[in-house]
Design a protein around this ligand. Structure first.
Ligand SMILES: Nc1nc2c(ncn2[C@@H]2O[C@H](COP(=O)(O)OP(=O)(O)OP(=O)(O)O)[C@@H](O)[C@H]2O)c(=O)[nH]1
Length: 339
């Protein structure tokens, strides 16, 4: 059976917190020629990811405030897909970037059973943080169920491993993925730099035949629910103290695995804005333009004491509108190391 050309493939970009989904998405959007629509699911209340999507699209449809698979009615996913698959838009593909806590099996199901007529399931791309995978995702005796949902597995961040560990780690992840899903395509990369055709070609696949694990999983009545995660979003009211900010980034509140957001700092040459990212133990700081919706940080983790986390993050983001040379040089050091 050939696919209906009037339908638009919808590809889910999944991956654990901070694995590199937004980075991969931005890489895909640099491909000239493809007309791509984007849906971004930010788990916190601040649209950090939506603000970071760059490239040749009008504007991403942002679904924030919770994880897609937990929000009632999938949090408006069908509404976004209805708009993006409208024939007058003429899109070749729609990419849905899920929050880092979303379960790929549930996401695949949301697309498969979407009420939108012009949607065609285009597969699941699962981004893996090569350095953290065996600490965060693949921690049991059996390979994780999520591997069954992926049509393409992108083993990312290999640059963060020692050169002599890369091949073995990639092979080990591939073996575990194929333990669940012999058909999954597994690629190695860093910074999401994969051939975009891999994603778009995955989108050309017909529906998987019934014997495939995904089809069976999708038929199951009970969906797999992810471990409950909490997000604490704290807006900043003005420039912050770089010393306190760096203290926060280097030593996040207990249970916080992921932090991201924009912050501004007063320097002797004016106010500078930074994009900050924490994933596990790694801290990434980059210069950024001031976000239209204002600065702020989202902290995400499992079983958080949200009141304590909020207080700690708010303390670190308290306004301090005077230059602090020592703090600034600590922040700049992180920025240099992040390049
Ligand atoms: N060194 C290195 N850093 C990377 C790579 N890919 C992404 N990063 C960095 O990792 C951090 C998280 O990347 P994102 O693309 O925001 O990850 P994400 O999966 O979208 O994050 P969530 O949506 O919060 O789950 C950022 O600081 C990226 O610059 C990589 O391959 N190597």
């Amino acid at each position: 059976m050939r696919s209906d050309p009037r339908k638009v493939p919808v590809v889910v970009l999944a991956g654990h917190l901070g694995a590199g989904k937004t980075t991969l998405l931005n890489h895909l959007l640099t491909r000239p020629g493809a007309r791509v629509g984007v849906v971004v699911n930010d788990f916190g209340d601040i649209d950090v990811d939506a603000g970071l999507v760059t490239g040749q699209i009008d504007e991403p449809a942002a679904i924030s405030g919770g994880c897609l698979c937990c929000l009632p009615d999938a949090g408006g996913l069908d509404d976004a897909l209805e708009v993006l698959t409208a024939p007058r838009r003429g899109l070749d593909v729609v990419l849905v970037e899920a929050s880092g806590i979303a379960d790929p099996v549930t996401l695949a199901r949301l697309v498969r059973f979407s009420g939108v007529e012009r949607v065609r399931p285009g597969g699941v791309v699962d981004v893996i943080d090569a350095g953290e995978h065996f600490e965060t995702v693949d921690t049991g005796a059996d390979p994780p169920v999520r591997h069954a949902a992926a049509s393409l597995v992108v083993v990312n961040k290999l640059d963060l491993l020692a050169p002599d560990e890369r091949e073995a780690t990639f092979a080990r992840i591939g073996e575990r993925v194929r333990g669940r899903n012999p058909r999954a395509h597994v690629v190695a990369t860093d910074h999401g730099r994969i051939d975009p055709d891999l994603v778009y070609d995955a989108a050309l696949d017909e529906d998987p035949p019934d014997q495939l694990p995904l089809a069976a999983l999708l038929r199951e009545e009970r969906t797999q629910h992810h471990v409950h995660a909490d997000a604490v979003s704290v807006p900043a009211q003005g420039p912050v103290s770089p010393s306190r900010l760096v203290d926060l980034l280097e030593d996040p509140p207990p249970g916080v695995y992921r932090m991201k957001g924009h912050v501004a700092v007063r320097t002797t040459r004016g106010v500078r804005t930074y994009l900050v990212n924490v994933v596990g133990r790694s801290v990434h700081v980059a210069s950024a333009a001031a976000p239209p919706a204002g600065e702020g940080v989202v902290a995400i983790g499992m079983h958080l004491d949200t009141t304590a986390v909020r207080e700690q993050v708010a303390d670190a983001l308290a306004t301090r509108d005077v230059p602090d040379a020592r703090g600034f040089s600590r922040l700049q050091r992180h920025r240099r190391l992040s390049r």
